[in-house]
Design a protein. Structure first.
Length: 228
């Protein structure tokens, strides 16, 4: 299954890479204007995320329990990367949305949000270098509860295309996860962030049509399989 995923991802990636040439980090004003809704509400979102962490963390699935093909980057070091999934490629996870009503309201008002998860990264967790499969979507990251180091900087580090990014509380980053990236939580505390998959704007018509078909296919698979 992992080999099949890799082959499929590489094929799709080549199609988009040949036609789209944008940098690893993109302007939210151009590519995701609704980002302002999430940053404006980040404290309410943080409170909902921390309530999930306090009340039900052990029931929140690890990433590789949702996507077994991702075990090499999720189960690599015995430390948890857990995702509380609210929406996956257009499919709402109603029971999880109900647990985060303020976040759910913002998601519902943002039609370009395809997937949404609260991401909980255990202390000292390392997510190895990897690439996403699909340049038709972008990754939006909003810091909710990010530990700091001795210098007061966010202790969680995203290396994206070999450039370091530190996204602190209330800060955000819109990035293309098809570029090589890896993550470290260099602290003794959990890191909590909001992760969104956002429909890419400003693509040629044929790629928009292909993206719609791929998104619909993934959403159908998610509905069939079910998401914890």
């Amino acid at each position: 299954m992992s080999l099949l995923y890799d082959l499929s991802a590489n094929t799709v990636r080549r199609i988009y890479d040949a036609r789209i040439n944008t940098p690893p980090v993109l302007d939210t004003g151009v590519y995701f204007p609704d980002a302002s809704k999430f940053t404006a509400g980040w404290q309410a979102i943080r409170d909902e995320a921390l309530a999930i962490a306090a009340q039900r963390m052990q029931t929140v699935p690890r990433f590789h329990e949702i996507m077994p093909a991702q075990a090499p980057i999720s189960a690599n070091d015995g430390k948890d990367w857990r995702l509380f999934v609210l929406k996956v490629y257009g499919t709402d996870i109603d029971k999880n949305l109900a647990a985060c009503p303020q976040l759910a309201q913002i998601i519902a008002s943002s039609p370009d949000v395809l997937s949404a998860s609260l991401s909980f990264l255990a202390p000292r967790k390392h997510i190895p270098r990897h690439r996403g499969p699909f340049r038709g979507v972008l990754r939006y990251q909003l810091g909710l509860s990010v530990p700091t180091d001795a210098d007061g900087r966010p202790a969680a580090v995203l290396s994206l295309n070999d450039e370091e990014h530190r996204v602190g509380d209330g800060q955000h980053l819109l990035w293309d996860d098809t570029y090589p990236h890896e993550v470290w939580n260099n602290s003794d505390d959990m890191r909590a962030v909001l992760l969104l998959d956002v429909r890419r704007q400003h693509m040629p018509m044929d790629l928009r049509m292909l993206s719609s078909a791929l998104i619909a296919s993934v959403g159908m698979f998610a509905r069939f399989r079910g998401v914890p």
